[in-house]
Design a binder for this molecule. Structure first.
Ligand code: SAH
Ligand code: SF4
Ligand code: F3S
Length: 439
C-alpha cells in the first residue's frame, strides 16, 4: 500500500477562497494527497491567497519565508501559491521567493494534478491562464464523505463592475455564471452528505444569470429551484451589488421560507461624490430606497455592509455622509476597511488621504458599527429563533449553532445533534454570541 502524501492548505481572503481550497484538496486527493492540519509534516504546502488589500498580499511573502526551515530539512517538500496573489503577481512570486515550486491562479485549479506532477520532476510549475474549459466540471468528482451542515457553493465568479479601488475584476476575471443544472446537482449531492444550509457564492452573486432548463435563470429563479430540494433547509447568498438587486430577489426575501433573513449589501460610502469617484454607479439615496423596499418585503431582515474609509479625496464632510447613512440603515453587521492602494487600479493614481486621518475615521466608523451590531444582537433576547447546530460547545451537552439571522447561539443541554435545526428562545446576549434554550 502506498503511504498517502500530506497536504497542508492555508486559506486567506473571502469565502470563495474557502470553497476553492476544498476543491483543490479534492483535486490533489486524486494524486494521493490527504489533508493535514500542520505544515510541519506536509509533503505539499499550498497558500490560497488574497490580494484585496496590501496587507493581505504582503502576508503571503512573510508566511512563505517561514517555510525555509521546513524546506531545508525536507527538500522534497513542495510549496505552492494559489488564489488572487498568484493571479496578480504570477512569476514574480517565484522570483521574490525561490522556495516556491508552484503558482496557480483561481481559474486553473483543475490543472493542479498536472502542475503537481511537474514539481515532482523537479520543475517549477506556473498556470495563471483563464482557460476555456469549465473547472467546476473537471473538479466535481469528489469523494462522497460526510459534510458539515453548512456549506458554500460557488454559482458565479468574477466581476465586470470595476470599482476604482478593487482588484477583483483583474484577479477573478470577467463575470461568469455556472449553468443551473450543475449547481442543482452539486446542491443535491451536498444535501445527501448531510448539508442543511447552503450559502451561494459569487463576487457579484445577485448578477447571476446562469442557463436553466427554459432559458436563463436569475438568482431568485435559482433560489426557487433550490427551494424544491428536500432536506435543504436554509439558503443564503453573498456578496451582492446594490444595482443587481432585482425585484424577484427582493420578493423572494418575503416569500421563500428557506431564504434566510440576512443580506450583505455593501455600499462602501455614503457620499455621492465619493461613490461617483469609486465608479459604484449608485447613490446613497438609491441605496437607502432599495433597503426600504427590501425591508417592506421582509421587515425583520438583518442588513450587513462593507465600508471603505479614506478613499482618495475623501473629506470630513464625505465621511460624515457615510456615518449618516449608517445611522439611517442601522446595520446588524458591517465590515470596514481603510482604503488600501492597489497598483493597477484607477484610484491608485489619485491624491491619497493622510493615513492618520483615515485611521481616525475608521475608528469612529467602527465605534458606530459596533454599537449597532451590539444592539441588533441584544434585541434578540426574549425572541424565538431557529438554530442550525454546527458543533458541540465547550461544556457537556452544549451545542453551538447559527440563528436564521447568522448570530452564533449557544444552547445548554440542547439534546440536539450536529445538523439538527431547532426552535430556541434567546435568554442572553454576550460579547460575540447569544445564549438560548430549546423551546
Ligand atoms: N464583490 C464584493 C466584495 C469585494 S471585496 C462587493 O462588490 O461587494 C470585499 C470588500 O473589500 C469590498 O466590499 C470593499 O469594502 C473592500 N475592499 C476592496 N478593495 C479595497 C481596497 N483597495 N482597500 C480597502 N478595502 C477594499
Ligand atoms: Fe470589486 Fe466592485 Fe466588483 Fe465588488 S463590485 S468585486 S468591489 S469591482
Ligand atoms: Fe481576496 Fe480574491 Fe477573495 S482578492 S477577497 S481572495 S476574490
Amino acid at each position: 500500500m502506498t503511504v498517502p502524501k500530506k497536504l497542508f492548505i492555508k486559506t486567506y481572503g473571502c469565502q470563495m477562497n474557502v470553497y476553492d481550497s476544498e476543491r483543490m484538496a479534492e483535486a490533489l486527493g486524486g494524486q494521493g494527497y490527504v489533508e493535514t492540519q500542520s505544515p510541519d509534516d506536509a509533503d505539499m504546502i499550498l497558500l490560497n491567497t488574497c490580494h484585496i488589500r496590501e496587507k493581505a498580499a504582503e502576508k503571503v511573502y512573510s508566511e512563505l519565508g517561514r517555510f525555509r526551515g521546513l524546506k531545508d530539512a525536507r527538500p522534497d517538500l513542495k510549496i505552492g501559491v494559489a488564489g488572487c496573489v498568484a493571479q496578480a503577481e504570477g512569476e514574480e512570486i517565484m522570483r521574490r521567493q525561490p522556495l516556491v515550486d508552484l503558482v496557480v491562479g483561481p481559474q486553473s485549479y483543475h490543472r493542479l494534478p498536472e502542475l503537481e506532477a511537474k514539481t515532482r520532476n523537479g520543475d517549477k510549475a506556473l498556470d495563471t491562464d483563464f482557460p476555456p474549459e469549465d473547472k467546476f466540471e473537471v473538479l466535481k468528482n469528489r469523494p462522497k464523505s460526510k459534510r458539515a451542515p453548512a456549506a458554500f457553493l460557488t454559482v458565479q465568479e468574477g466581476c465586470d463592475k470595476f470599482c476604482a479601488f478593487c482588484v477583483v475584476p483583474y484577479t477573478r476575471g470577467a463575470e461568469v455564471s455556472r449553468p443551473a443544472d450543475r449547481i442543482l446537482s452539486e446542491a443535491r449531492d451536498l444535501v445527501d452528505r448531510g448539508v442543511r444550509e447552503i450559502t451561494l457564492l459569487g463576487q457579484n452573486v445577485n448578477a447571476y444569470h446562469g442557463a436553466g432548463a427554459t432559458g436563463d435563470l436569475t438568482l431568485a429563479g435559482l433560489i426557487w429551484e433550490l427551494d424544491k430540494i428536500d432536506g435543504l433547509e436554509r439558503i443564503r447568498f453573498t456578496t451582492s451589488h446594490p444595482n443587481d438587486m432585482g425585484d424577484d430577489l427582493i420578493e423572494a426575501h418575503g416569500t421563500c421560507a428557506k431564504l434566510m433573513p440576512y443580506l450583505h449589501l455593501p455600499v462602501q460610502s455614503g457620499s455621492d461624490r465619493i461613490l461617483k469617484r469609486m465608479n459604484r454607479s449608485h447613490t446613497a439615496e438609491s441605496y437607502l430606497r432599495l433597503i426600504e423596499r427590501i425591508r417592506a418585503a421582509r421587515p425583520d431582515i438583518l442588513m450587513s455592509g462593507d465600508f471603505i474609509v479614506g478613499f482618495p479625496e475623501e473629506t470630513e464632510a464625505d465621511f460624515q455622509a457615510t456615518l449618516d447613512l449608517i445611522e439611517e440603515v442601522n446595520y446588524g453587521y458591517a465590515y470596514s476597511f481603510k482604503y488600501s492602494t492597489r497598483p493597477g487600479t484607477p484610484a491608485a493614481e489619485r491624491p491619497q488621504v493622510d493615513d492618520d486621518v483615515a485611521s481616525e475615521r475608521l475608528q469612529r466608523l467602527q465605534a458606530l458599527i459596533t454599537r449597532q451590531q451590539r444592539s441588533a444582537q441584544d434585541a434578540m433576547v426574549g425572541r424565538e429563533v431557529s438554530v442550525l447546530f454546527e458543533k458541540p460547545g465547550r461544556f457537556d451537552g452544549q451545542m453551538v449553532g447559527k440563528s436564521d439571522y447568522l448570530h452564533a447561539v449557544h444552547v445548554k443541554d440542547s439534546g440536539a445533534a450536529v445538523g439538527d435545526i431547532a426552535r430556541v428562545k434567546i435568554v442572553s446576549s454576550g460579547a460575540n454570541s447569544l445564549a438560548g434554550e430549546r423551546v
